[in-house]
Ligand binder design. Structure first.
Ligand SMILES: Nc1nc2c(c(=O)[nH]1)N[C@H]1C(S)=C(S)[C@@H](COP(=O)(O)O)O[C@H]1N2
Ligand SMILES: [Mo]
Length: 164
């Protein structure tokens, strides 16, 4: 055997590349989550469709945890007594290519409008471990907030001009 050619390890021993989502902002527990970490949370499956400018209507089946659960696990620093403090919080979701979409806490919390926004760990049964999760916003018509290959999520309070 040619000693200069390193032996390849069996394919099963090569760890698959897995994307991470950096979760940061005004939270107690910043984290770098894999899709496998997201799969450890309670999963929901929804059918949703958005209209893509280039490819028309896109119906897909998405499975993953609710964005709300992922954010709550990070411990957002809401005011300990004033319940409505949470409606100041923004959620900024960024994809690998820099595409970015903003949600507000009131959109994802059932005590307000509360539509179930998911972080998909699979689309049409295709796992997203290597690509990274995709945001699913079933109430949206256009696809702009279906951010794919999510690399970071920031949450924290918006400020008013008087705070600046
Ligand atoms: N990371 C990332 N996600 C994205 C976008 C993007 O440019 N980058 N475009 C959005 C828009 S505008 C649409 S319509 C859908 C299109 O996704 P598709 O081509 O996979 O259907 O992805 C959404 N998610
Ligand atoms: Mo789009």
């Amino acid at each position: 055997m040619d000693e200069r050619i390193p032996a390849q390890p069996p394919r099963a021993l090569i760890a698959p590349a897995c994307a991470r989502v950096h979760l940061a902002g005004d939270v107690e527990h910043p984290a770098a989550l894999t899709v496998a970490d997201l799969r450890a949370l309670p999963q929901r499956t929804v059918q949703a469709r958005y209209v893509c400018g280039r490819r028309g209507e896109q119906p897909h089946t998405y499975t993953g945890p609710e964005l709300l659960e992922v954010l709550l696990a990070a411990g957002p620093r809401f005011h300990p007594v004033i319940g409505k403090d949470r409606v100041r919080f923004l959620v900024v979701v960024t994809g690998r290519d820099g595409h970015l979409a903003v949600l507000s806490w009131g959109e994802i919390d059932p005590r307000y409008s509360g539509s179930a926004v998911l972080m998909a760990t699979s689309v049409d049964d295709r796992p997203l471990d290597t690509h990274g999760p995709q945001l699913v916003v079933p109430g949206d018509t256009a696809g702009g907030r279906y951010v794919s290959q999510i690399t970071s999520i920031w949450t924290g309070p918006a400020t008013t001009l008087t705070d600046i």
